[in-house]
Design a protein. Sequence first.
Length: 158
Amino acid sequence: MGSSIISEGLVLIAAVIAATSMAMAVISNLNQLQELQTSVVRDLRDRAMTNLAVVAVLYEPSGPELRVYLKNVGTRALTPSDIQGMTVMLVSSSWSGALRYSADGSPGTWSVSGSLKTVLRGDTFLIRLHLPTSLGRGEHVLRLVLPNGSVFEDVFSL
């Protein structure tokens, strides 16, 4: 009788330890899930607050260069790192590719006209696409992708 009480007591202690371990694991996973959800919501909010509008696209065939006037119509300012991290994609029948930021204006890159600064809501700024080849006539698709994943697209004709 005494040994069965001890055995039951040991089983009860083991069950309490196992239940505590399981509870700690579940609580830890819930905290990680909450942090992940908070991060996703923060990223989605940042994307929703970011918005660019293409105001005008002008083509200079002697460059060849596209001048693109962009307006910040979002509810947050764009920092210089947001702007420098932007990928510009151009799709046309004569040339398609992604252009990366470069202040020197070498072919296959894009640059900001003037000084690189924070673009406040409502501000318009000019970027120059330094193309490796001339663009032909027809429709062209310009796609801008910011580092936070926001995508803006415009179709223009030459």
